[in-house]
Design a binder for this molecule. Structure first.
Ligand code: MGD
Ligand code: MGD
Ligand code: SF4
Ligand code: MO
Length: 737
């Protein structure tokens, strides 16, 4: 007998509402769910792997303990937690709480209880050393928002936008930012068809750029100049929203003076974009009348990512692209407390320089969190405060952190490395213990993680008051021994005699007020549903009500309109943060292009549609098109180097050298190498063979301690200067070494 159940795909942060067919306790097929009011039947190839995941040969069905020489042996999860707790207690007793760090990776955020229970455990041991991918992703967002101030009512929405701008993001592939999470690609197409003008800034002619009214295909790393140039055009032509600025912002004159040097001609030279196109893009955006401008990983990974995000906020503010009193609140909250914002600014706060200090490079806590790119150095640096134990949750540092050489050294130096991972990832293979988790369809889930994203960054999260609850659909395979990620931390706390208090907040969420910590029962383990109740307490729609809508529901509320500004509110959006304008001054003074002779090419990141960071390589369906991460280059560049498609190229930076399989992308600017990250696995063995079977690790080209944002600690991960040449050894694919 087969049954079909609506559920939530948790392979990526889009969290599509899908259908799963269950027979004999197994998932036998998945499909889009036409009855889902938001996703309307959408599913992608990654989501389709859910039918295979549960019983996939690569899946870990038991936790593992390192035996010797890189060999792991199964261990029961209870025994593993006993041993880890004992080891942690020794480390805490000898070295104090700072010696224990946590890294909550990508898959920690697909499970609403995972990060909150993990943070409750960190609170209980008293360690501030909490790291997440945010600081190697788009840290400029949180920091820029701190410096600029927030607009309580949020931005004008995508569904009603006349002019939309996307800087270095490609939602058709990444489904992450720049378009709503529910089939953003389809929505972009529709919006353009209904007449929305789209401005795209990307050195590559992406799927997004192909829909653009204006595509500025400039040099990577030149977003500060391009955005300053657009601001200059808008201010010079008087296209700014004077009334809005007078009432709600400050620093306009200083901003105008700071962008003055960025004339269209200057920007055209620096960024290599036609001056007329820059002017046209600025006019389209400023004329709106409605829309918003968002940035993805492109500009954030390039130098001065925080400045780019800051100038983007200034651009939105200067054009008044924020919701006003009386307008509809797109999402007054569903699983979060009711949110009826006012049309007013929330004053700026410090972006960095508070909280825990890193022992390296003068880095501190920032509005984006502690700098993940400095954790390997913290582990390697001897002395008081050294990090000796690391627990990873659904993350893969060896594949994903910049500077793989340093990451490997650090992982090997740890007294204790534990990772919760469903596969023997590159990091798992170095771990003392690997905890095998339940997979998504084996546990209840809610769309809370997506809903909370809007609190982290504009242009993320749901634009509609939508939510879904999904019960566990199947048990883990017979004979397996797996736990939910949060259960690991509850188990640790039990053995260590700690009490846990749960806070209904995410690392990226602003405090909601309703979030007084609640003590968890340490005697009897709560159920995941108990935790979901706790995490959503005070929600506008009770979880019980949501459960009666298995296909998800849009909980409209006609009365949800933006309230007028509080007469007592004096907060203003800041257009002239001194540190940001100082940095813009440095852009004026710096040479157009450094390192041009030795490293004439620039490496830029890109997302491949069918894999998700290091997830997906084990699935035949997902590697049909790209088994590895090709080194995409312009065909003329390849011809100039005498390289044919499929041949090996050697890519060298000031930090390392990797091989890549050459592939042509006529949509790229010349002078670029565009590659995806998190491929390449552990180094070793025959390189020519490995690059064709597992790909290459671009983070080996990226030093963490040379060229980095001084506030976020983000290293230069786009516009990385590299040299490229044909590799001396060329063996056709498949030929034995
Ligand atoms: N299929 C798939 N989806 C994913 C992921 C995945 O691996 N695969 N990863 C997920 C994660 S963790 C994230 S953070 C998001 C990221 O989501 P996005 O930020 O949308 O990532 P990309 O699709 O790589 O788009 C980034 C674009 O920036 C451009 N770019 C590079 N350098 C610069 C620059 O200096 N300036 C400008 N203006 N553009 C530049 C690149 O050419 C690229 O087109 O995607 C998520 N979604
Ligand atoms: N050079 C370069 N480096 C980059 C980037 C780049 O563009 N260029 N992008 C950066 C970005 S944006 C990000 S977000 C980071 C990502 O950094 P990470 O989050 O550290 O990397 P992932 O590869 O997403 O790690 C996910 C891990 O979770 C495991 N996993 C999969 N499903 C589950 C599950 O259900 N439960 C559990 N517990 N584990 C699961 C996977 O096997 C994998 O090992 O990488 C960053 N690094
Ligand atoms: S877009 Fe993401 S959530 Fe939607 S089906 Fe694909 S992997 Fe799943
Ligand atoms: Mo990311």
């Amino acid at each position: 007998m087969t049954e079909v159940h609506p559920t939530i795909c948790r392979v990526c942060a889009a969290h599509c509402g899908i259908l799963a067919e269950v027979a004999g306790g197994r998932i036998v097929a998945v499909a889009g769910d036409r009855d889902n009011p938001l996703y309307r039947g959408y599913i992608c190839p990654k989501g389709r792997t859910l039918a295979e995941q549960q019983n996939h040969p690569a899946r870990l069905l038991h936790s593992m303990k390192h035996a010797q020489d890189g060999v792991h042996a199964p261990i029961t999860h209870g025994q593993a937690i006993d041993e880890i707790a004992a080891r942690l207690q020794e480390i805490l007793a000898r070295h104090g709480p700072r010696a224990v760090a946590i890294y909550t990776g990508t898959y920690a955020y697909m499970y609403p209880a995972a990060a909150p229970v993990a943070m409750a455990w960190m609170n209980a041991i008293g360690s501030p050393m909490r790291f997440a991918p945010a600081t190697i992703d788009k840290p400029g967002k949180g920091i820029a928002m701190a410096l600029h101030g927030r607009w309580e009512a949020g931005p004008q929405t995508f569904d009603a936008a006349d002019a939309w701008m996307i800087v270095g993001a490609n939602p058709p592939a990444s489904r992450s930012i720049g378009a709503p999470p529910n089939n953003g690609a389809g929505q972009l197409h529709q919006a353009v068809r209904r007449g929305m003008q789209l401005v795209v800034i990307d050195p590559r002619r992406t799927e997004t750029a192909r829909l653009a009214t204006v595509h500025l295909q400039g040099r990577p790393g030149q977003d500060p100049a391009i955005l300053a140039g657009m601001l200059r055009v808008i201010l010079a032509e008087g296209r700014h929203d004077r009334d809005f600025l007078t009432a709600n912002a400050q620093g306009l004159d200083r901003l105008a003076a700071a962008v003055e040097p960025f004339t269209p001609d200057v920007v055209a030279r620096r960024a290599d974009v036609p001056a007329e196109l820059l002017v046209r893009a600025a006019r389209i955006f400023a004329n709106g009348p409605r829309g918003f401008a968002v940035a993805g990983t492109g500009p954030n990974m390039a130098p001065r990512g925080t400045l780019s995000e800051y100038l983007l906020l200034c651009l939105n503010t200067v054009c008044g692209r924020w919701l006003r009193a009386g307008e509809r609140v797109p999402n007054p909250g569903v699983l979060m407390p009711a949110f009826l914002p006012r049309a007013q600014a929330v004053a700026p706060v410090p972006g960095w320089g508070f909280g825990e200090q890193m022992r390296v490079r003068g880095l501190t806590m920032s509005a984006a969190g502690l700098p993940t790119a400095a954790l390997a150095e913290e582990i390697l640096l001897e002395g008081e405060g050294k990090v000796r134990a690391l627990i990873c949750v659904g993350g893969n540092p060896v594949a994903a952190w910049p500077d793989q050489q340093k990451t490997l050294e650090a992982m090997r130096r740890l007294d204790l490395l534990v990772t919760i991972d469903c596969e023997m990832s590159a990091t798992a293979r170095l771990a003392h213990y690997v905890i095998a988790p339940r997979l998504s369809l084996e546990q209840p889930g809610i769309t809370l993680p997506v809903e909370t994203l809007s609190g982290y960054a504009y242009g993320m999260g749901y634009e509609a008051p939508y939510a879904q609850y999904a019960p566990a659909l199947v048990d883990p395979p017979a004979g397996s021994d797996v736990v939910e990620d949060w259960e690991f931390f509850h188990g640790l706390a039990q053995r260590m005699g700690l009490s846990l208090s749960l806070q209904a907040a995410y690392p990226w969420m602003p405090a909601t007020g309703a979030a007084e910590p609640v003590a968890l029962d340490m005697e009897h383990r709560p159920t995941t549903d108990d935790l979901l109740e706790l995490l959503t307490r005070g929600s506008r729609i009770p979880l019980a009500e949501l459960r009666s809508h298995p296909h998800g529901q849009v909980f409209g509320d006609g009365s949800a309109t933006v309230r007028p500004k509080d007469p007592a509110c004096t907060a203003r959006l800041e257009l002239a943060d001194p540190a940001m304008l100082e940095e813009l001054g440095e852009v004026v003074r710096e040479a157009d292009d450094d390192e041009a002779r030795e490293f004439p090419y620039r490496l830029i990141p890109r997302r491949l549609p069918d894999v998700y960071n290091s997830f997906g390589r084990s699935y035949a369906l997902l590697v049909r098109k790209f088994r590895t991460n090709p080194a995409f280059m312009h065909p003329d560049d390849l011809a100039a180097l005498g390289v044919r498609y499929g041949e090996l190229v050697e890519i060298r930076s000031n930090h390392g050298t990797i091989l890549g399989v050459a592939a042509a992308d006529a949509g790229l600017r010349r002078g670029l190498v565009s590659m995806s990250h998190a491929f390449g696995d552990l180094p070793g063995g025959d390189e020519e063979e490995r690059v064709r079977s597992v790909g290459s690790t671009i983070s080996r080209l990226i030093p963490v301690d040379r060229d980095f944002d001084p506030h976020s600690g983000m290293p230069r991960m786009s516009a990385v200067p590299v040299n490229v040449r044909r590799h001396a050894v060329q063996r056709p694919a498949g030929e034995p070494a």
